[in-house]
Design a protein around this ligand. Structure first.
Ligand SMILES: *Cc1c(COP(=O)(O)O)cnc(C)c1O
Length: 378
């Protein structure tokens, strides 16, 4: 049982949809599938912008989001408060972009004020883009994209480029309402399908920037993907079977509805967090900056790595560990994608048993399950 922030569990319907012979990607039959996927991806992104599919992991989508809209030497602000914010900075620097990092301690959200003051002081309008991670998976922090984006809109010139890999399909990311220019995501997170597809949505303002962007590109040249997608086609051979899976997954999501999906994630998040509190396990991110995809816990009465290995051994439940300096300090429980209340209750009950076996005397048996149940039955 995967309780990590990706790959996430895949529904049987999706697995079965993928268990078919591939068809030709230049066939009329496949064109129909691309048309349906494109329409449903726009629904999921709440946008009329282009939503393009790449054969890549989430990082490939992030790379496409940089190289198609920027030039070497361009000044950008990058939010860095965790592993994935750091990845944005490294990625942009690798292509010669002039990165100014706005950092917060890991576990803390990015400061909206830091972005606002930098943007306000840019009277010459030299900042080309603001680049942030919405849900910082490494720490379980949800950055305030809406507020940071407001500051970008007041600036007027800069693009907003967002990693929404663990927020899209988990909480509200209204691309058109907020005017998000470039949004990157990946299939093995909120999409409920295996790894291998990356997604990028592109606004008309971003397409304007595309025309002048000078970073070399070929496979990830989004112009090629737009042209093909407009003809219900794909520039290169796409992962056809993954797309069968995506077709089934998007149909399931549409049946459930966006509001219901967001509520389910909200409840899973609150239930998990309330359970951790009841078990006296310190949460790494505060309630008002809680990721809808993952909860990070920094235990003091037991060792994080012992919790993870015993959960795996006794219950076959996989939790994620900490990255870099947080390695061994935190464990992270994913609740993203195809996750229901039963999964949360099972994971919390197993966690209680694990803590008891590890000799954690602060645990009152049943307290975590009771706290989670109170949230889930509301
Ligand atoms: C998983 C993830 C990515 C993409 O990672 P890949 O391994 O390339 O799919 C990017 N950003 C965040 C926040 C993620 O959680």
């Amino acid at each position: 049982m995967l309780m990590i922030p990706g790959p996430t569990p895949v529904p049987e319907k999706v697995l079965l949809a993928m268990a078919k012979h591939p068809i030709g990607h230049r066939s009329g039959e496949f064109s129909k599938i691309i048309a349906e996927l494109t329409e449903n991806l726009k629904w999921l992104h709440q946008t009329q912008n282009d939503v393009l599919m790449l054969t890549a992991s989430g990082t490939g989508a992030m790379e496409a989001a940089i190289i198609n809209f920027l030039s070497p030497g361009d000044r950008v602000l990058v939010g860095n408060n965790g592993k994935f914010g750091e990845r944005w900075a490294k990625l942009a620097k690798a292509f010669g972009v002039a990165v100014e990092e706005i950092t917060s301690q890991w576990g803390q959200p990015l400061s909206v004020e830091d972005f606002r003051s930098k943007l306000q002081s840019d009277t010459e309008k030299t900042i080309k883009a603001v680049i942030i991670t919405h849900s910082e998976t490494s720490t379980g922090v949800l950055n305030d994209l809406e507020a940071i984006n407001k500051a970008v809109k007041e600036h007027g010139k800069a693009l907003i480029i967002v990693d929404a890999v663990t927020s899209l399909g988990a909480c509200n990311v209204p691309v058109d309402l907020w005017g998000l220019d470039v949004v990157a995501s990946g299939s093995q997170k909120g999409y409920m399908i295996p790894p291998g597809l990356g997604f990028v949505s592109v606004s008309s303002k971003a397409w304007q920037a595309y025309k002048n962007a000078k970073i070399p590109r070929f496979y990830l040249d989004l112009g090629k993907y737009k042209k093909a997608t407009d003809e219900n086609s794909s520039p290169f051979t796409p992962p056809i079977n993954l797309m069968y899976g995506l077709q089934a997954a998007l149909q399931m999501q549409k049946e459930e509805g966006l509001e219901a999906i967001f509520t389910r994630h909200q409840k899973a998040t609150t239930a998990t967090r309330e359970a951790m509190k009841a078990l006296c396990l310190p949460l790494f991110a505060s309630d008002d900056a809680a990721s809808p995809a993952i909860t990070a816990v920094a235990p003091t009465s037991v060792e994080a790595e012992k919790v993870r290995s015993l959960m795996k051994k006794r219950f076959d439940i996989v939790l994620a560990g900490g990255q870099d300096h947080l390695s061994g300090k935190i464990f992270r429980m994913g609740h993203l994608g195809f996750v229901c209340p039963r999964d949360i209750l099972a994971a919390i009950a197993a966690l209680e048993a694990t803590l008891i076996e590890l000799g954690d005397t602060t645990v009152s048996p049943g307290a975590g399950v009771a706290a989670a149940a109170r949230v889930l039955i509301q």
